[in-house]
Design a protein around this ligand. Structure first.
Ligand SMILES: Nc1ncnc2c1ncn2[C@@H]1O[C@H](COP(=O)(O)OP(=O)(O)O)[C@@H](O)[C@H]1O
Ligand SMILES: [Mg+2]
Length: 386
């Protein structure tokens, strides 16, 4: 009988130990973008290259890649490790409707990471702010306004006296406020301010960078580029095994193979599957089903947001459906579009396809158009009917 409480105690101790070790060691299946190297599986090479560039302090760094391939995570880990003051803005959620508001918001974020002596100089130089208000500011108030580019340049000029990294996640959306001009200005004039841009909508990001357009502000500026890729099957295998090991759980080869087949190396979906298995105790089939359901809904909503900006929304939908059905080269797609929807010119079709490529919904490989995300394929299958 005496062993009963003992057993309970050791069992409790074991639970505490496991929970504690889960909490303390790296968590590969954490659903949020990672911010610690130990949580980021198999990206040491990219991370080290990024850090090396960040430590050079100046210039422009671009991280491009499909959605959910780890761009934000790599960026966050590198920024944390860089030991430099940095500002990271997710452009999709930044509170602004125009350029001035964005500059104001960004200046306030920058000021939060600068030394007090620099902040004090900035406040003195932004003339409309009285000195007494400037003193108050140090008690925590960020109550000042950037009225125009010139105020913003004042902030940058002072920030440039030390090091600073400005990182813009999903930066392609900054094209709406001509922020490329500001980045070109930083590139040319402020050697101690590094800029990092990420983007899932690769074509749009390249446009923003002025690719092939000598009128664009960033045209011709050299930048360092990183591209996290989908995991290959071996890497996915190792990732899932390592993640399960952290929870003292095992995953079978058959299960891993099925995950690879369903989610095709997109680490975001693999992570979510692992989270459901290990954190939410779902069984294999349930976890597969939930990732497929939620993932296809998420991926389709992203496509839907794109459609909402298009007049020819129906044509884009049908086009995606055709690609989903395996019509992958130009002539097949053109033939089917003509057959099903009547007239469509080559230039129109080119424009639609280019747009889908630009926004990262479709990839082109060996003259074939393919949908990039396995769960977007599911989303298209469910939501678009002929
Ligand atoms: N190398 C990695 N190891 C572990 N988890 C990762 C890795 N890369 C990405 N993730 C996970 O995948 C998901 C998507 O990552 P994220 O960095 O947001 O991708 P992106 O910015 O390209 O959309 C997140 O849950 C993140 O934690
Ligand atoms: Mg991201």
């Amino acid at each position: 009988m005496a062993s009963y409480p003992l057993e309970v105690t050791s069992c409790v101790a074991e639970v505490i130990f496991i929970s504690l070790s889960i909490y303390l060691v790296c968590m590969l299946f954490d659903k949020r973008p990672k911010s610690k190297r130990k949580d980021l599986f198999g990206e040491d090479y990219l991370l080290d290259s990024l850090l090396k560039q960040l430590n050079k302090k100046s210039g422009l760094i671009v991280i491009k890649g499909l959605r959910r391939t780890g761009k934000t995570s790599i960026l966050k880990v590198a920024l944390e490790e860089s030991n430099m003051p940095y500002v990271l803005i997710d452009v999709r959620y930044a509170p602004y409707t125009d350029r001035r508001q964005f500059l104001d918001f960004l200046a306030k974020e920058i000021i939060k990471v600068l030394d007090k002596d620099i902040v004090s100089k900035i406040i003195k130089k932004i003339s409309r702010v009285s000195l007494s208000l400037g003193k108050e500011y140090f008690k925590g108030s960020l109550d000042f306004d950037i009225k125009d580019d010139s105020d913003f340049l004042t902030v940058l000029r002072e920030a440039n006296k030390k090091n600073l990294i400005l990182a813009f996640d999903e930066a392609q959306y900054l094209s709406g406020i001509n922020f490329d001009m500001i980045i070109a200005g930083i590139y040319d004039n402020f050697p101690n301010i590094g800029v990092v841009l990420t983007g899932s909508e690769i074509g749009l990001l390249e446009d923003f960078l002025g690719k092939g357009n000598d009128k664009a502000p960033l045209y011709g500026r050299l930048y360092f580029e990183l591209k996290p890729e989908r995991f290959d099957p071996e890497r996915t295998f190792a990732f899932l095994e390592a993640g399960f090991k952290q929870y003292n759980q095992k995953i079978s080869k058959e299960e891993i193979n099925q995950v690879i087949e369903e989610f095709d190396g997109v680490v975001g979906w693999h992570t979510y599957y692992g989270y459901l298995r290990c954190d939410e105790n779902k069984n294999h089939l349930n976890a597969l089903k939930i990732v497929a359901e939620i993932g296809s809904r998420t991926a389709y909503e992203e496509f839907e947001r794109f459609l909402n900006t298009k007049k020819s929304r129906e044509r884009y939908q049908k086009l995606m459906k055709l690609i989903m059905l395996g019509k992958s080269n130009w002539s097949q797609i053109k033939k089917e579009m003509l057959l099903r929807f009547g007239k469509i010119s080559d230039s129109q079709l080119s424009k639609y396809l280019k747009d889908l490529l630009y926004h990262g919904f479709v990839e082109k490989s060996n003259e074939k158009y393919l949908i990039t995300d396995p769960l977007l394929i599911k989303g298209i299958e469910q939501n678009i009917k002929f």
